[in-house]
Design a protein around this ligand. Structure first.
Ligand code: SF4
Length: 66
């Protein structure tokens, strides 16, 4: 299955590692996942500086990954 979460034959999203196939609601192609992450980054960059700093400190060890 062409899914961003599939790594070495296992699902990296589901704890059990088994792929649910076409019925899975988390399925995205690698391109769709990349677009999704870019949207997140865009949203983060649109926030005021103080909020970006707070998020970077709380979740990314002070580094802005966007
Ligand atoms: S379709 Fe769902 S279960 Fe299968 S690899 Fe993707 S995220 Fe995991």
């Amino acid at each position: 299955m062409d899914c961003f979460a599939m790594k070495d034959g296992k699902c990296s999203v589901m704890k059990c590692g088994k792929c649910g196939g076409g019925a899975c609601h988390f399925h995205k192609t690698r391109e769709e996942q990349a677009q999704s992450l870019e949207k997140v980054s865009e949203r983060l960059r649109s926030l005021p500086e103080y909020q970006q700093e707070a998020i970077a400190d709380k979740y990314y060890g002070g580094v802005r990954k966007w």
